[in-house]
Write a protein that binds this ligand. Structure first.
Ligand SMILES: Cc1cc2nc3c(=O)[nH]c(=O)nc-3n(C[C@H](O)[C@H](O)[C@H](O)COP(=O)(O)O)c2cc1C
Length: 187
């Protein structure tokens, strides 16, 4: 396989999520791609530029939310990534809800929401990385099939290159494809 050198920069794929926090008592959301798992524990990280309005809120409250928008929310999602709550309020863009802890706003319109409690944070370059324990998680009823989260109904977006991509089709099953390959090698 011939390889060509390409520019050194994070390329993706990245998940498309909206990070939420209350700032001065009002909801604010920022689009982020820097979000992911760190282990098998229910802990996720987000990485937020230190100067973002949302970052102030996460530091103020010690909590943040992760909201997974559907592909049909692409415009509002991108908007949250180009406009700062410092200049323009994003407080009423969505219908926000809180769980009984009331520590970070979540977006009703997003099919999946997770409330995370900051358990560790660290500065990294000009960003702040927050590790958040998931303390509650919600799904829209219509995003479930037989009581389980249905990826196709959620239709999340992935960032790669200059585009948002939707989910497409399942191409294999977790922990099963490798077993099939293993068997094929044994013959
Ligand atoms: C596609 C996309 C991905 C982004 N990913 C991140 C990210 O991972 N971390 C981050 O701090 N900002 C990221 N941003 C930038 C923030 O969303 C943006 O600066 C936003 O206006 C910050 O809002 P705030 O100041 O109200 O918090 C991204 C923006 C876009 C459009």
């Amino acid at each position: 396989m011939e390889k060509v050198k390409i520019p050194i920069r994070p390329l993706g794929p990245f998940p498309t999520v909206l990070a939420g926090a209350d700032v001065d008592g009002k909801p604010n959301y920022a689009t982020i791609g820097a979000c992911g798992v760190v282990s098998l524990e229910p802990v996720l990280y987000i990485s937020l530029r230190s100067t973002h309005y949302t970052t102030t809120g996460v530091k103020e409250n010690g909590y943040f939310s992760i909201n997974i928008p559907s592909a049909d929310m692409v415009q509002v999602t991108d908007y949250c990534g180009i406009v700062s709550g410092k200049e323009t309020s994003k407080a009423n863009m969505f219908s926000s809800f809180y769980d009984e802890l009331g520590r970070a706003p979540m977006i009703s319109e997003c099919p999946i929401n997770m409330l995370c409690k900051v358990i560790k944070s660290m500065p990294i370059f000009d960003f702040e990385m927050f590790f958040g324990e998931i303390v509650s998680a919600y799904a829209n009823q219509e995003s479930l099939t037989d009581g389980r989260v249905d990826p196709q109904k959620i239709n999340p977006m992935i960032m790669m290159g200059n585009s948002y991509w939707n989910l497409g089709q399942a191409v294999g099953e977790l922990f099963k494809e490798g077993e099939a390959y293993k068997k094929s090698q044994e013959q």
